[in-house]
Design a protein around this ligand. Sequence first.
Ligand SMILES: [Zn+2]
Length: 113
Amino acid sequence: MSDLSVTQLDELRAELERQIRRLERSMKTTDEAAKPVELDQTAVGRLSRMDALQNQHLTKNLQEREAIRYAQLHDALKRMDAGTYGRCTSCDAAIGFDRLLVYPETPVCAGCG
Ligand SMILES: [Zn+2]
């Protein structure tokens, strides 16, 4: 059982859900940007092939980071439902409310993170 009060848990759940919604919007935008670049004649002048490939590479990195964060946020909600939220998954110490407010998806305490 975590040391968090019901009020604190409610606040953190609302924060997790808010971040999931925001991330879903951001992922939609990233998916658009990840579509293959059309190198038609008009585009080649403004954006070189190197730039286009570089952009795609960055977008792919972003997509991967977003997918990881999305999974972490959902895992945090699952831990909340299971009653294990707020406990470090590594050393079992209670994770401080202040830390959870900043990183509500974190599965580990400041010492292990
Ligand atoms: Zn720990």
